[in-house]
Design a protein around this ligand. Structure first.
Ligand code: PEP
Length: 252
């Protein structure tokens, strides 16, 4: 059975103190009711060390939201994969559409980031997904395939085992518009078939593919019940302990 995952992505929200409170809140809820899935908190860099200290590692794993495409050195303001790893974080989110769109992260840049993350012992939550325009032109399959080929299909099968895919249609992120569970299942199954063509059926069956885009407690259960949807990457609804817990509970 592949791993079921509910991962939060706080984005650029929460001061350090607020972030610690949020992490504590999620941890307290999970202490009362142990999760039936892997729970990950994706936080800004400055929160990582404190959030790692705050949560019970058996209940919650911690993720960065980005890392540099360079190993180390004179890159003012950047944070390397080795630095992320040194905080105790175990994951890094890469390829988010906000990073691709606002910060010009290309397939090549992301390829470097993924390789450095893996080389430093981090697992990668790699985001892919089409824009509204691309969906309306029925190009979603071509888009996700190109994103995989452009940044992660250079990896060996052993390396690819440390990749979690997050399918996040850009038109559903932060918009309140969720893909229907059938729409999501259709493209998740396609993504799995593309992985199978590249790495074989066994690797594809073992790859967790998360859905992201306005996922909340009220729609999580229906989405997660689909055979190729292995959990969610959650933005807005990860910013309050009860909201996030409501999604985790979909697996109870
Ligand atoms: C995201 O940005 O990863 C995301 C899924 O956001 P939201 O849940 O707010 O749509």
């Amino acid at each position: 059975m592949r791993n079921k995952i509910v991962a939060g992505n706080w984005k650029m929200n929460k001061t350090l103190q607020e972030g610690i409170e949020l992490a504590k809140g999620v941890n307290d809820l999970l202490k009362k009711n142990a999760p039936k899935c892997t729970v990950i908190l994706g936080t800004p860099f400055i929160h990582l060390t404190e959030v790692v200290k705050t949560v019970d590692n058996k209940l919650i794993k911690v993720s960065a939201e980005n890392c540099a495409d360079k190993e180390k050195g004179a890159y003012t303001g950047e944070v390397s994969a080795a630095m992320v790893k040194s905080t105790g974080a175990e994951y890094v989110i890469l390829g988010h559409s906000e990073r691709r769109g606002y910060y010009g992260e290309t397939y090549e840049i992301l390829k470097e980031k993924v390789q450095l993350a893996l080389a430093n012992g981090l697992k990668v939550i790699f985001c892919i997904g089409e824009s509204l325009e691309e969906r309306e032109a029925n190009k979603q399959n071509a888009v996700v395939k190109a994103e995989l080929e452009g940044s992660v299909f250079n990896l060996s099968a052993a390396e690819f085992a440390n990749i979690v895919i997050a399918y996040e249609p850009i038109w559903a992120i932060g918009t309140g518009k969720t893909a229907t569970s059938d729409q999501a299942e259709e493209i998740h199954a396609y993504i799995r078939s593309v992985i199978a063509d590249k790495y074989g059926k066994e690797v594809a069956e073992n790859t967790s593919i998360l859905y992201g885009g306005s996922c909340k407690a009220s729609n999580a259960k229906e989405l997660f019940a689909k055979p190729d949807i292995d959990g969610g990457l959650i933005g807005g609804a990860s910013l309050k302990p009860e909201d996030f817990y409501g999604i985790i509970e979909a697996y109870n």
